[in-house]
Design a protein around this ligand. Structure first.
Ligand SMILES: [Zn+2]
Length: 120
């Protein structure tokens, strides 16, 4: 059974249909930011889509590597790719946190200046 993911992840919906549409984009490293985050979240929770991703990855990458006739472990390559995506998301979260902190500081600075102007 495939559990449909309708929860909001930072404002982006991604269900099974949406996730599967994005599998190729993930393989080609074209998913970024919120999309990547939603995609990874769905993949981590949905066995069916995870399997679908593994199959698509094996087919896509497998065909490319066949021509180079090198021995390789696609499963661990996919794991590495997923790990890279997770790091990207973690980094993005930190950047968003930082920006939020800066925004808060900026608002505080404006308030402080307003207070100073009123006091004068
Ligand atoms: Zn799914």
């Amino acid at each position: 059974m495939c559990v449909r993911e309708y929860r909001i992840v930072y404002g982006v919906y991604m269900d099974c249909r949406e996730t599967r549409k994005n599998i190729y984009r993930f393989i080609e490293d074209k998913l970024e930011g919120k999309e990547l985050q939603s995609f990874m979240k769905h993949i981590s929770q949905c066995e069916e889509c995870k399997e679908e991703l593994a199959i698509e990855y094996l087919v896509t990458e497998g065909l490319q590597h066949l021509e180079k006739e090198s021995t390789f472990d696609l499963q661990s390559q996919l794991e590495k790719k997923m790990e890279g995506a997770r790091k990207k998301i973690a980094l993005r979260k930190r950047v968003v946190c930082f920006m939020y902190a800066m925004e808060t500081l900026a608002i505080l600075a404006v308030l402080l200046m307003a207070v100073l102007v009123i006091v004068k």
